[in-house]
Design a protein around this ligand. Sequence first.
Ligand SMILES: [Zn+2]
Length: 277
Amino acid sequence: MTPQRVRLSVLSSSSAGNSTVLEVAGTPRPRLVLIDAGLSPRATRTRLASLGASDRDLAAVVLTHLDRDHFNAGWLRYLRRGVPIWLHRSHAGRATRDGILYRKSELFDDAFEPVPGLKFSAALLSHDDLGVAVFRVTLPGSNRSLGYATDVGHPSSTLFSHLADVDVLAIESNYCPRLQVASGRPAFLQQRIMGGSGHLSNQQSADAVARIGVRERAILLHLSRQCNTPETAGMAHQSHGVPVTIASHDQPTPWLDLSSPAPLVERPPLVPAGLFA
Ligand SMILES: [Zn+2]
């Protein structure tokens, strides 16, 4: 298979809605794959349009898990018109209860291709009761790779080994423990987030980038609006020396071309949320 250009934009990332688009070049039209669909179809369409893309080209939706900030129920009617949705087999029971299983639903265990040539390899990590899928994505006709890890609970050897040496890693950097404790949130909620089956802190996320051996760029996902700031997350991630992009909840990141190596640059200064360094 000849290499095809693949670009990525994080359309939105926060506890209010997570969605990332991969665009695989093609003729006459590109094919779009959403990783998580936590924005409404309308908001997704608007953000795609701001990138020059169209939801008419949506070819598949891949879900890490079924929490509301990763799958907006507004998609159910939309997807039943014919777009396949891919979800981990361990989520099938909840998907049945939530009405997400339909004619075009596809269950995956480990390897699958939501569009031809775009190879996903999944591993299931702990998150609440049912777990969360993390993905290693290999681009069509190439050995270049993207890692995608959100809501992973705690650093684990499976996380590190499954995503080892990816070129680009999108990973959650959810909270600063100091801001979490100062937030005034109820103790049970803090425990749920920080207790090992919720989210990664900034430092855990930065350590994971180093352990995974990310080659080119880290994209920071799912920053808590109450218990984190782009500056705090960026500071923690200075330790590994890999350039970072910080995704935001209110605007998409510009396209990042995953197909070609990023130019070698000096470590860039911190940038405002949503902008590439
Ligand atoms: Zn989440």
